[in-house]
Design a protein. Sequence first.
Length: 140
Amino acid sequence: MLLLVLAVIVISWPFGCGCVDGILATGKGAIEAMEAQDAERFASYFIEDLREEVILAMEAIFAVVDDIKLSNIEWEIIAETADEATVDIGLDWEVTALGETHAGHAREPIDLEKVNGAWLINDFTPFEWFIREILSLGSE
């Protein structure tokens, strides 16, 4: 039974080779930071040029969010070179804010680049769905 469970984990694990552990660490870290509502930690997974924008946007959003739950996370590398990668991330989400709870599914390609050996997200655009969703709460 244990071998069967391990086989399923290996087959479904998002990145089969150890060469992309950094990409996985970036994705997992960003998701954990979002769930923890930690804007600075979330921004640390972005390239330096975007960090201030990410912190400001996420602090504003986290100020009205009571709870964030992300689950059923699926990862797929679409493209990868030595210093750039695109990862397709799908997840189920549930957000409670302003006394309302909304849930749904998001699937976005995320672009990363390697900076000083670390994989960092280089575009904030794929996360704008989250901001739009929070801003729509209370307006329905």
